[in-house]
Design a protein around this ligand. Structure first.
Ligand code: PEP
Ligand code: MG
Length: 747
């Protein structure tokens, strides 16, 4: 890099900073800047285009183009050369702009006389803010140095935009992070909430993009990178890292030690940027690349680089994750992603959660469900847009988030929330009444749980007990295998919180999507059908034994209900049951008090078990249909795959026929049957399950009210008759007939 251009760009940045320090309106500042850049770069034209909305760029200031086109000339993202720079987040440098592909002539600007064109994006860590352009009459290609210098200037403009330097009223620019923005994500957990943003990782604010003394800045960045390297090495040498954590840290180490990364930042500093601004410039470039790559592995690595840049910024600025900011009232957590333990730490303080990533089956989603707070996943770019304390509305039912909503939007969500609250009041009045249908049948309504955080809901919901306690969650939120005594204490607390109501503890269901961080992950092509649940329990007896011992000890003489997940055949059930009985005898022999009553059941989650020998149905004290898994295997449709997971209806006649067969087989052996998949919590589906003769339904606590309300309203014999008619008429699903019939019922 020639020394001359270095000092030129430093000089330009300093002039820029001095000019920005002068008082004035946003528009005056923009005008001064374009003049200054054109003058320093020796071009006739300098223009600044800023985003008006997500895909419209507006000419906001110019030196050289017609002044009356300012705030009039607009371009769509991707339109013309300016739009191309904005879309690709990469410079366009051409000696002959009019013959460049995509050139769009804008007569109102008078730009036709300018041949050369150089445009660079104005962006700040992935947030596209606009485009900075210089043009000149002489047909010449701008040198690499000039491109680089203009990028550095654009970086400073981005920082100043972030700080609100160009905000003004009227025709001027709206300040950033002020506009209402809507995000269309996916549903992680239903429910609605209104509150204020609480960023899991607050943004780092850079207030000094331009530096006077490059040598000091170079020292600062070297020292910070040194600290970063040491901190990563420390993390890597810590014990109890799982394979994924190790892989991420190895990637961090690779980037942190990369000479290219540091060198590029040092070059930016030599151009006049401060150490912080140089890190952000690199981070912006990585984010821009991230938008272009499809490859999942590369995307992950670019995310790693992004995280690493954040760490480096925090070292440089001393702004930790704890910025001292006060958590706002009604906090709604906004994050790229979050682990289950961290989410649990926030606990019931939160009104909702919005993630840029996440998935329906993720552990965070499970925790959000336990906390009964709405969760929206895949809200892309929300962490770039949201600021701590921003007003935010979360609609977990539709997966939509409104950031800084205007009044009409806020009002309509509030109406929806008020209606939901009214319905909740109605459900609360049913809390102590049985789910007795008009025909006299009483269905037991139980709740699903998995964390201590779930248990308080047992009172409010009116659940008769816990029909499914997913024990794996306690294993998933830890970094190491819990100890037997620790588990025994926890299970005892669960039983105490249930106050004598039954709790069906399901033994560990790991594998598939539930991977324990401290167990060697299996490289399985199809983990949902792989080594999971009771298969692992039977092959790794130590864990199963430890868990059932903990359960027996927790019961301390009280009744105990245990069920085994994912049983596929009689012998598996027999084997697991024998193990439990053996431990029961062993505990008794050791003088520990044993449960007064022990019920051992199986989850029916694979079609094969419905066809097991009669001995299975006789041996099981109860059977619980795990509808989520059973449905995925019945229809061969992955429950985690967004494309197919909603494709097949539980009310499909084939599936109902199959469920009917299970009901008959259980009845023949007098074996109590329940259903604990998600469908049990949907009122219409629950009603049909009850009509089929399934006597107990286990669901999310929030679903108990709506399910009970409907069950109490209908005669199950009538439901059966509507279903039978639809089937006789050859329907593929009974849903249309059922919905039609429900519509005729009095309110
Ligand atoms: C099911 O499969 O329906 C079930 C209740 O278990 P899980 O969702 O935990 O797999
Ligand atoms: Mg299951």
């Amino acid at each position: 890099m020639p020394e001359r251009s270095e000092s030129d760009s430093r000089k330009l940045l300093r002039r820029l900073r001095d000019s920005l320090a002068l008082p004035g309106k946003g528009q005056d500042r923009l005008d001064r800047i374009t003049h200054l850049i054109a003058d320093s770069m020796g071009t006739e034209v300098c223009s600044i285009y800023l985003f008006r909305d997500e895909d419209t760029l507006e000419l906001c200031a110019t030196e050289g183009l017609r002044k009356d086109s300012v705030h009039k000339t607009r371009l769509k993202l991707g339109e013309g050369l300016v739009g191309r720079v904005a879309r690709t987040a990469a410079p366009v440098n051409t000696a002959d702009a009019p013959s460049e592909k995509g050139f769009r002539y804008m007569p109102e600007t008078g730009e036709e006389i300018y041949s050369s064109f150089l445009g660079v994006p104005i962006q700040r860590v992935g947030e596209k803010l606009g485009v900075l352009v210089v043009q000149s009459k002489t047909a010449r290609q701008f040198s690499d140095d000039e491109v680089y210098a203009l990028e550095v200037v654009a970086m400073v403009l981005a920082e100043m935009t972030e700080l609100g330097a160009f905000a003004s009223d009227g025709d001027g620019m709206a300040a950033l992070h002020k506009r209402p923005v809507m995000f269309r994500g996916g549903t992680g957990q239903e429910g609605t909430a209104e509150g204020h943003v609480w960023l899991h990782e607050p943004r780092v604010v850079v207030t000094n993009p331009v530096a006077d003394d490059p040598l000091t800045e170079i020292d600062r960045i070297r020292e910070a990178v040194g600290k970063l390297r040491v901190s990563i090495d420390d993390l890597l040498s810590a014990a109890a890292l799982d394979k994924d954590q190790r892989q991420v840290l190895e990637a961090y180490r690779m980037f942190a030690n990369s000479r290219g990364w540091l060198k590029r930042m040092e070059e930016d500093i030599a151009r006049g940027l401060s150490a912080e601004a140089a890190v952000e410039k690199e981070q912006s470039a990585a984010r821009a690349r991230l938008e272009q790559v499809e490859d999942a592995y590369l995307r992950e690595r670019l995310h790693d680089l992004d995280d690493l840049s954040n760490r480096l910024l925090r070292i440089l600025t001393g702004q930790g994750t704890d910025t001292g900011a006060q958590m706002p009232e009604d906090p709604i957590l906004v994050a790229r992603n979050i682990g289950p333990a961290e989410l649990l730490d926030y606990g019931r303080k939160l009104r909702g959660v919005v993630l840029e990533e996440g998935s329906v089956g993720s552990h965070a989603a499970i925790v959000a469900r336990a906390l009964a707070i709405p969760l929206v996943i895949h809200a892309e770019r929300i962490i770039t847009e949201a600021l701590n304390g921003d007003h935010i509305l979360v609609d977990g039912d539709t997966g939509v988030v409104h950031l800084r909503p205007d009044d009409t939007v806020a009002r309509s969500l509030r109406d929806k929330m008020a209606m939901q609250a009214k319905a909740q009041e109605r459900y609360a009045s049913l809390r102590n009444l049985p789910a007795q249908s008009k025909c006299g049948t009483v269905t037991r309504l139980m709740m699903n749980a998995g964390l201590m955080a779930d248990l308080p809901s047992i009172e409010g919901s009116g659940a008769e007990g816990v029909g499914l306690f997913r024990t794996e969650l306690q294993f998933l939120i830890r970094n190491q295998m819990p100890k037997r005594d620790e588990l025994a204490r926890l299970y005892a607390r669960v039983m105490e919180a249930a106050k004598g109501r039954p709790v069906a503890f399901r033994t560990l269901d790991i594998g598939s999507d539930k991977v324990l961080p401290y167990m060697k992950p299996q490289d399985e092509p199809n983990p949902a059908m792989g080594w999971r649940a009771i298969r692992v329990g039977l092959d790794k007896r130590g864990v199963l034994r430890m868990q059932v011992q903990a359960l027996i000890r927790a019961a301390a003489g009280r009744p105990l209900t245990v069920m085994f997940p994912f049983v596929s055949e009689l012998s598996e059930f027999r084997d697991a049951r024998d193990e439990l009985l053996h431990q029961f005898d062993r505990e008794a022999a050791m003088g520990h008090p044993v449960p007064a009553d022990l019920k051992i059941g199986a989850m029916l989650e694979t079609p094969s078990l419905a066809f097991a020998p009669k001995e299975f149905f006789d041996l099981a004290d109860f059977i619980s249909i795990g509808g989520n898994d059973l449905k995925q295997f019945f229809f061969a449709a992955d429950r985690e795959n967004e494309r197919v997971r909603r494709r097949y209806d539980m009310l499909n006649v084939s599936f109902l026929t199959f469920l009917g067969k299970i009901v008959t087989r259980c009845a023949e052996s007098d074996t109590p049957l329940s259903f604990c998949g998600e469908d049990a919590g949907r009122p219409v589906e629950a009603m049909c399950l009850a009509a089929l003769g399934i006597g107990s339904l286990s669901m999310r606590p929030a679903s108990i009210g709506p399910v009970k309300a409907l069950l109490r309203q209908v005669d199950l014999a009538e439901v059966r008759s509507v279903m039978a008619h639809a089937r006789a008429a050859g329907a593929e699903s009974v849903r249309p007939a059922i919905m039609g019939w429900l519509a005729t019922l009095p309110e």
